[in-house]
Design a protein around this ligand. Structure first.
Ligand SMILES: [Zn+2]
Ligand SMILES: [Zn+2]
Length: 347
């Protein structure tokens, strides 16, 4: 790899912002915090876990003895029908409104000790089908403009309960990142008559170095413009605004690509790989989104086994990411990682 590609700015076409790749200084001395990310072995069932089957949750409801996925309304919702309706108006130019919407939790498995990466392909497919059902159900409700699905995995991203689960926020607004992607994709569609994300997929296929896994219907890749060292996208090949219109074969293919990526994440350092996983689904506000291409984004916060990427001056202060790693090198590491989960493979 030449020095010129190790130190350059790369354009992020979906966010319309620059990413500074400064991989030439990756090995500079580090004296910041090193965090342990290796979780101790967990039991399959924990008596005081709010998410385990048969247990009583913090709100008083008892979980059923579920055997697959399990969805329930969040006992500590950040948006919900109980949010105060009558609010005092703030002074000056400020404004507020009730925190309406609905917050849910989706448990991936009854097993407390599992992670999404360790589930079987059939089980991951069931999770994706549950995402689809929630998207369709909640998205059809009046006043719900967005179904935002995300998973925080690992203590370094502040997970309060290690039981494998994701969260679903059905909101009366569109999340900022998706709003940006929608606007950019829509303009691209009108100007070029093509889907921006499909052109990203085409560019990735043309280069080839950052494709982690692909099958007939789905692709997992570490994009050219990645902001985090191991940031990866998983997407159907065909353009769908959301999960609702995908065929059974496409959903199965997506499950396979997601599993392939998550297994490689865990195998990279032989530890449960922390990440923030988000579904970028088109808004459910009644609009038409022919230029939007549904995808899953994974944002792992670690740069090295115990080394956290801190969001600092450029990122939090200025909204521009500074990457100390080269996407092609990180993609090569993931491509070289084993495709069978280390806990299954043994040794
Ligand atoms: Zn549990
Ligand atoms: Zn996105």
């Amino acid at each position: 790899m030449s020095e010129t590609s190790r130190w350059e700015q790369r354009w992020h076409p979906l966010r319309e912002e620059w990413v500074i790749v400064a991989a030439h200084r990756q090995d500079r001395p580090w004296q910041g915090e090193r965090r342990a990310a290796v979780a101790a072995d967990k039991p399959a069932y924990v008596a005081d876990c709010y998410f385990c089957p048969g247990n009583v949750r913090v709100g008083g409801a008892r979980n059923p003895d579920y055997a697959s996925v399990f969805v329930f309304d969040n006992d500590h919702p950040c948006v919900g029908p109980e949010a105060p309706r009558e609010l005092a108006a703030p002074p000056g130019i400020y404004r507020n409104r009730p925190a309406g919407g609905l917050a849910r939790v989706l448990c991936y498995s009854p097993r407390h000790d599992m992670t999404l990466a360790e589930l079987t392909l059939d089980e991951i497919e069931r999770v994706i089908l549950a995402w689809r059902d929630q998207y369709v159900d909640l998205g059809a409700r009046p006043g719900i403009d967005q179904v935002f699905v995300f998973e925080n995995k690992g203590e370094v991203v502040g997970v309060s309960n290690p039981h494998p689960h994701c969260q679903i926020y059905a909101t009366n607004f569109v999340f900022k990142t998706i709003e940006t992607e929608v606007a950019v994709s829509d303009r691209y569609w009108r100007e070029h008559g093509r889907v921006l994300f499909a052109d990203v997929l085409r560019s990735e296929a043309e280069d080839g170095r950052r494709i982690i896994f692909e099958n007939d219907t789905a692709v997992a890749f570490l994009p050219y413009f990645a902001r985090y060292a191991y940031e990866c996208f998983v997407a159907p090949r065909a353009t769908h605004a959301g999960l609702a219109t995908m065929s059974g074969a496409e959903l199965r293919g997506l499950a396979e690509a997601l599993q392939a990526l998550l297994v490689r994440y865990d195998n990279l350092w032989r530890m449960p790989f922390p990440y923030i996983l988000v579904l970028h689904l088109a808004p459910t506000d009644g609009g038409d989104y022919p230029g939007f291409h549904f995808h899953i984004e994974c944002h792992p916060p670690l740069r090295k086994p115990h080394l956290l990427k801190y969001l600092a001056g450029p990122e939090l202060g200025g909204g521009v990411f500074l990457s100390d790693t080269l996407p092609e090198e990180k993609a090569a590491e993931l491509r070289a990682a084993a495709s069978i989960h280390y806990k299954v493979a043994g040794g």
